[in-house]
Design a protein around this ligand. Sequence first.
Ligand code: SF4
Length: 421
Amino acid sequence: MNASAPIEPLIADPLPRRPTVGVDVGGIVVGGGGPVVVQSMTNTDTADVDATVAQVARLAQAGSEIVRITVDRDESAAAVPRIRERLLRLGHDVPLVGDFHYIGHKLLADHPGCAEALAKYRINPGNVGFKDKKDRQFVQIVETAIRYGKPVRIGVNWGSLDQELLTRLMDENSTLAQPLPARAVMREAIIRSAIYSAQLAEETGLPREKIILSAKVSNVQDLIAVYRDLSRRTDHAIHLGLTEAGMGSKGIVASSAAMGILLQEGIGDTIRVSLTPEPGGDRTREVQVAQEILQTMGFRQFIPIVAACPGCGRTTSTLFQELAETIQADIRAAMPEWRERYPGVEALSVAVMGCIVNGPGESKHADIGISLPGTAETPSAPVYVDGQKVATLRGPDIAGDFRVMVADYIERRFGRRDAAE
Ligand code: SF4
């Protein structure tokens, strides 16, 4: 140990973004050096126009920049133009992506309104058709995309991997002097399926700036390995996602771990966090988690962050937890309006701390912070604004008074001058 070693400049930045060909998805650019895009997927029956419009609107309002919907039958395909029209009337111009399986070629041919209304078609090469129909039906979808000027996402999923390709690679592997482990062969099959399908789409006439690739698996280490390899072997724009991530904290942790590592290495142009919602749970949670991954890693800013201490034996009241939660909920609820009224407000940082031991230091680092009284401390709460102590709150409504101070700070710092005049 050497406490007096000279300070070495440490690297504390992600690797440069891997160069990819940008793809315009209904006005949102994925790849090409643009910001990492957040997307989500509905879980409504697309044929139920009311339910689907309501859920897409909620996802868009929560910040989803692209929303995918299932198009699994005639009724769903017929509903797509009406869904798009209703969303536009509500002021939501969010690009809609159609998720097709097996009969996508037929649905797109039979429902030109659907082909036109969608901003992108998602094709899974593992379930586009069987045997000789597979490439034929894949090409038919690509030809429709060319006709309507739409991009496609070629989305390989290990759960529905092209079995003929996997069997062929397994057979080839078994003849090697030193066969690779089955998991490595499976990963290679996923990557080859994506690259082969992209080549077929390009040979059919779809340019590279209309193709996004994804290769999803459910194991974190496999996902990292697959995307590292895929990104070395192609410059197509990349959609990141861990499939079947799971419920609650397990899904959040697995997605954050996998995507965090890949994003840090400059891999990934758009992300979706596939969380299994609790029964009756809020679908917008996956948008919130995706935004928080990108924001906490410093890639993008979406919403002001409330830093709160974890609490310890110094805090016997729950006041600071309640205040931190209330402030975060206030901000989340107000964000759709604040985005218009207070440009730049997403960069705001707020600190809510539980006592005066570490509280003042952390509060000074935030734009606005409060240090609530811990156990046996004087019932007063110093408030810091831009690093300076500006007030000490006392009395029965410290929380209410602090909320007013946060609102005033936002108005003063982010309010449009022209609106105030
Ligand atoms: S700020 Fe105070 S209450 Fe919060 S964790 Fe640190 S010592 Fe405990």
